[in-house]
Design a protein around this ligand. Structure first.
Ligand code: GTP
Ligand code: MG
Length: 148
């Protein structure tokens, strides 16, 4: 089944929004497969955002993500990559609808609370990067109620 990498960024952790973000994915029906708090280092965050190396905002995102601990999570479910992006909102909170995480909690693009993988391929790459030890699926009775 499809999986995505969702990460509460340092501003989200510092603001006490970890539970709120977990709650939204749980309420939706997605299954939590892995979760950890860690302080990223420059090498890890550079790999994570490697598509943005050389862009003007790249040094700022590195500094931002290094500014405190993050909470990385693996969520599983049907369409979870695309749903995750919808639930996060747009990169710029100003363009994010109310009801999305960034629409409800963010103001600046450079402090947008949460990361979400942008494709199935990115998700698998990011899960391997942040959870090199891997994550394991487990049975959940709820799945028989949530899915047709
Ligand atoms: P992520 O889920 O974090 O990958 O965000 P995204 O996919 O919505 O945006 P993108 O991958 O294009 O950019 C990665 C991150 O860099 C964003 O979440 C922002 O925090 C930051 N960022 C992107 N564009 C800008 C910008 O124009 N200015 C600033 N300050 N930050 C930006
Ligand atoms: Mg991105």
């Amino acid at each position: 089944t499809e999986r995505t990498y969702i990460m509460v960024k340092p501003d989200g952790v510092a603001r006490g929004l970890v539970g709120e973000i977990i709650k939204r994915f749980e309420n939706k029906g997605f299954k939590l497969l892995g979760i950890k708090m860690l302080q990223a280092d420059e090498q890890l965050i550079t790999k994570h955002y490697e598509e943005h190396i050389g862009k003007p905002f790249f040094p700022k995102i590195v500094k931002y993500i290094l500014s405190g601990p993050v909470v990385g999570m693996v969520w599983q479910g049907k369409g979870v990559v695309a749903y995750g992006r919808v639930m996060l909102g747009k990169t710029d909170p100003l363009k994010s609808e109310p009801g999305t995480i960034r629409g409800d909690f963010g103001i600046d693009s450079g402090r947008n609370v949460v990361h979400g993988s942008d494709s199935v391929a990115s998700a698998e790459r990011e899960i391997n990067l942040w959870f090199p030890e891997g994550v394991k699926d487990y049975p959940r009775a709820l799945d028989n109620i949530i899915y047709e």
